[in-house]
Design a protein around this ligand. Structure first.
Ligand code: FDA
Length: 325
């Protein structure tokens, strides 16, 4: 349920002048240029973080627009190599055309994953709303079946289907399954998703347990204390943790390449002290770095999609002690 306060924040924010939205979003968006993202990553490297880079923008209206994203991600890959950054790519399948022309969209994604694989760079398919859940999962399965294993997707704890998706992906990808698990930012219909905070937390935690017990690589993407606490205790019960090679027998051959089999992920600008604490404890922590010319459209769209984000941003702004960058 979305509170009246969240709705109020969204209604006010979309009426704010662009400079004000830019000022607030400065904290959550690296900037409009790739060089802004590189600068932020160089700074946060000193906090022992690694990164995943997101070129802002998503659903497109013509296949020509997909070329912009492909070209920009090639630039990102080159920058990662040039600046020796510990970073991978996060892409939105619809920005590559998946909803307009599924075959061409697939080919665009494949071209990028192929190019990234030559440099040992991992590509994460962000998960968008339920219209593309199945197609996004299928892209990952198809790419793996064509020998491209440097790719994985995101699953959303709030969706009823997710536990079954994990089973399905496990049966197709085995130990090469590599997930980001998050609550899910899209407010999905109640016919297909949990809608209360406690149900979403508990469903997300069950997904973490299932991924870990399946031997998968598990990137826990949350800033929420009950999820992080649960993840830490689940990791402990599997004998996993900082500086320990993945001990799960079913993690397969990928153990060496995948180190300790898990990581924590957080968004740029959100709960920095918590991330730094996890890093200080020795956990791998990855920061999601969005940048791009479309920062304004992205910020407004995210707010409209999920008004609780507006309330969190307002809380961070008005009560900075609750959430430092
Ligand atoms: P919750 O929303 O309860 O937040 C816990 C606390 O963190 C809040 O009380 C607040 O203090 C702080 N906080 C969280 N988000 C904030 C924000 N935006 N601004 C300010 N403070 C904030 N979703 C999706 O559907 N598909 C995807 O591909 C991804 N990818 C992704 C990558 C990464 C690295 C992260 C961290 C998250 C995603 N998400 C996502 C978003 C995710 O599904 C979820 O909506 C947010 O992480 C918020 O949920 P939390 O678990 O952080 O809890």
């Amino acid at each position: 349920m979305v509170s009246w306060f969240s709705k109020l924040v969204v209604a006010s924010t979309v009426r704010m002048p662009k400079w004000f939205v830019k000022w607030v979003s400065r904290r959550y968006v690296a900037g409009s240029e790739l060089s802004d993202a590189v600068r932020i990553m160089q700074r946060l490297s000193k906090e022992n973080a690694c990164f995943t880079v997101d070129v802002l923008g998503e659903e497109i209206s013509s296949m020509e627009e997909a070329q912009y994203f492909y070209d920009e991600y090639v630039r990102v890959t080159n920058a990662i190599i040039e600046h020796n950054l510990d970073a991978n790519l996060s892409i939105k399948p619809t920005a590559f055309g998946l909803l307009i022309d599924s075959e061409k969209g697939f080919q665009n994604i494949k071209n990028l994953v192929e190019m990234a694989s030559k440099h040992d760079i991992f590509v994460r398919l962000d998960m968008e709303d339920h219209r593309v859940t199945q197609d996004t999962i299928q892209v990952v399965i198809d790419l793996h079946s064509q020998g491209l294993t440097n790719v994985g997707t995101v699953l959303q704890g709030r969706l009823f289907r997710t536990l079954e998706d994990i089973d399905n992906l496990e049966s197709q990808l085995g130990p090469m399954a590599d997930y980001r698990i998050c609550k899910g930012i899209y407010l999905e219909p109640e016919e297909i998703s949990f809608t209360t905070y406690s149900d979403i937390v508990s469903a997300t935690n069950s997904c973490i347990d299932k991924m870990l017990s399946a031997g998968a690589y598990c990137a826990i993407a949350s800033h929420d204390v009950p999820v992080i606490k649960h993840a830490k205790s689940a990791l402990k019960s599997f004998g996993m943790g900082p500086n320990i090679d993945d001990p799960r027998a079913n993690a397969g051959d990928k153990r060496n390449a995948k180190g300790n089999g898990y990581e924590f992920q957080m968004l740029l600008g959100v709960r920095g002290p918590m991330r730094r604490k996890l890093a200080a404890e020795g956990h791998r922590t990855r920061v999601y770095i969005p940048y791009g010319a479309k920062w304004y459209e992205y910020s407004i769209r995210r707010l409209k999609e999920n008004p609780t984000v507006g309330a969190q941003v307002a809380k961070a702004f008005l009560m900075p002690w609750t959430n430092r960058p």
